[in-house]
Design a protein around this ligand. Structure first.
Ligand code: DQA
Length: 166
């Protein structure tokens, strides 16, 4: 059994009362994972990542909503919907909107839903414009450069943050 699976087992056994709703948001071009620059983003498709996270979330007794959208306003709408649906936590890979979107930042600030920012690639080891994020200073945490594992780690961290709140 791998380290993450062992940790999941432990967390499930020690805290199986907690049931939260977690929304995962993915920004533009992430629908092309698998064929998109695999040297940077890996070989897994977004469907693979979704399937894996859904399984892990179920093991942790959480409900997981998973979305991808190429339009900025749709991501803003999804954050508003998450607020109306009392979603407890957001995991977001804003993709290119990381470096441009005041609108998505404002939606997260307005709704006050705690969130973790995830990037598959190490944005700090790439072009200078990728070093700036409109999200990192208001995120609970940031994970980058660990590929699809970053989403799993974000889920575990969200689980722990939510457990500490109870
Ligand atoms: C990304 C990094 C961004 O700079 C880029 O625009 C993306 C993906 C990542 O997951 O590494 O689309 O968010």
């Amino acid at each position: 059994m791998g380290k993450i699976s062992r940790l999941l087992c432990f967390l499930t056994l020690t805290d199986n009362r907690l049931m939260a709703t977690i929304t995962v948001l993915n920004g533009p071009n992430l629908n092309l994972l698998g064929i998109r620059e695999p040297g940077l983003y890996g070989n897994q498709t977004l469907a693979d990542i979704k399937h894996n996270l859904e399984q892990k979330a179920a093991e942790l007794n959480h409900q997981l909503n998973f979305y991808q959208n190429n339009a900025e306003y749709q991501i803003v709408e999804l954050i508003h919907e998450a607020y109306q649906a009392h979603v407890d936590f957001i995991i977001i890979n804003p993709a290119a909107f990381t470096h441009t979107s005041v609108a998505i930042r404002d939606a997260l600030l307005a709704t006050k839903i705690p969130f973790i920012e995830v990037h598959l690639s190490n944005v700090h080891a790439r072009e200078p414009f990728r070093k700036h994020s409109y999200f990192s200073d208001i995120a609970k945490g940031v994970i980058c450069g660990l590929g699809a594992t970053g989403y799993e780690l974000a889920l575990l961290a969200a689980h722990q943050i939510l457990a500490e709140r109870h």
